[in-house]
Design a protein around this ligand. Structure first.
Ligand code: F6R
Length: 242
């Protein structure tokens, strides 16, 4: 695990955007694995700005997102499809046909998991996977568990995740209880992984990730078995690390 310390959220965003932009510049048809949530918003803004200036070209880039809520249609303003469109896709010159997320409205969950797994496979693997980290150590929606789930699957979200995500919904009852997520196997198959963390609330889990053992109780800990992972964390997120 390579650790890059950033001053603050802005610095973390700029550093992470640099790694992603280098990937796109070196391989213009890169396959990017993308995340939603609060943490990557500054990264996406920075990439959009560079694209706007003509320094970055997304025209050949392909993307696969980590996850989507079960039950939310693409036009729902809390769906991850909507998030990606608002925060990145509509701001850069990406071909929307090259962007992929699980379909929250799919009728058959098993078929949807299989379909999405095949989408990832058909792209020949992910060049760079961007990850955030949940307060409980989840990556994608791989929640703490007794096992590492390998493939795309449907998960029941934990109370901690529902609680954390309720900030974006009118009431906690509106937060979906299930999601589709890439499995640990698909995430670990990415050639390069970039995980970002910002803020005091993430300090305990960042400490656990860096100093604790590899265990499915802290899904992000598996990243220590990957040969090319960079954690970019700001001072607040690093504040409990010795
Ligand atoms: C989002 C995702 C989640 C988030 C995590 C952190 O696609 O897969 O694992 O990365 O919940 O979220 P924020 O950045 O909102 O703290």
């Amino acid at each position: 695990l390579k650790i890059i310390r950033a001053r603050d959220y802005k610095d973390m965003s700029r550093k992470a955007a640099n790694i992603i932009s280098a990937q796109i510049i070196l391989k213009n048809d890169s396959v990017l694995g993308l995340a939603t949530g609060s943490t990557p918003i500054g990264i996406y803004n920075t990439l959009a700005h560079w694209c706007d200036k003509g320094d970055l070209d997304f025209s050949q880039v392909k993307t696969v997102n980590l996850d989507e809520y079960v039950g939310l249609p693409a036009y729902h303003d809390q769906s991850y499809y909507y998030f990606m469109r608002e925060n990145l896709f509509k701001k850069v010159n990406i071909d929307i046909n090259n962007t992929h997320l699980p379909d929250g409205t799919a009728e058959n969950a098993e078929e949807e998991c299989e379909r999405y797994h095949n989408v990832i496979e058909s792209m020949g693997g992910i060049d760079l996977q961007l990850l955030g980290i949940g307060n409980n150590g989840h990556i994608g929606f791989n929640e703490p568990s007794d096992i590492f789930e390998t493939k795309v699957h449907k998960v029941e979200l934990t109370e901690s995740t529902i609680q954390a995500n309720s900030r974006l919904f009118d009431s906690i009852d509106d937060v979906p209880r299930y999601a589709y997520t890439m499995g640990i196997g698909e995430i670990m198959s990415a050639k390069q992984i970039l995980i970002v963390a910002s803020g005091k609330a993430k300090a305990p889990i960042v400490k656990e990730l860096i100093e604790g053992p590899v265990t499915p109780k802290v899904p992000a800990s598996i990243l220590k078995f990957h040969g090319n992972v960079t954690l970019i964390a700001d001072e607040d997120a690093m504040s409990l690390v010795k």
